[in-house]
Design a protein around this ligand. Structure first.
Ligand SMILES: [Ca+2]
Ligand SMILES: [Ca+2]
Length: 118
């Protein structure tokens, strides 16, 4: 089950990479070499900036269980977990140099509680 879910998420992330080749959605809003999470789909409302390493980071109270879109301008893949401490089977993979305007079609709306570079 876990393997199947991860594969689905990877496939879902691919179109965002291709979009990135032709469109640049307000790149200035998220600094280079930074991973940004947004409270609302479409990169709206609160922006929370991270430079994730390989140690797990738990999300703060403002964005915990409230993230709905992301921009990953890091040169690394970053995984988000539903549970704090980067545990559990429900995750979301943010590919290097990709963005996703809505976690809804990934089954990950208002779930992210922790993240790290993978
Ligand atoms: Ca959660
Ligand atoms: Ca999505």
């Amino acid at each position: 089950m876990k393997r199947k879910l991860v594969t689905a998420l990877v496939t879902a992330a691919l179109p965002a990479i291709f979009v990135g080749a032709t469109a640049t959605p307000a790149l200035a809003d998220c600094p280079s070499n930074t991973f940004c999470l947004y409270e609302t789909a479409g990169y709206q409302d609160g922006e929370y900036r991270y430079t994730p390493g390989t140690s797990c980071t738990n999300l703060g109270s403002g964005i915990n269980n409230d993230a709905n879109s992301m921009r990953n301008y890091r040169s690394y893949n970053i995984r988000l977990w539903d549970l704090p401490g980067c545990g559990g089977a429900t995750t979301y993979l943010a590919r290097a140099f990709s963005y996703d305007s809505d976690f809804g079609n990934n089954g990950f709306s208002n779930k992210a509680s922790s993240l790290k570079r993978v």
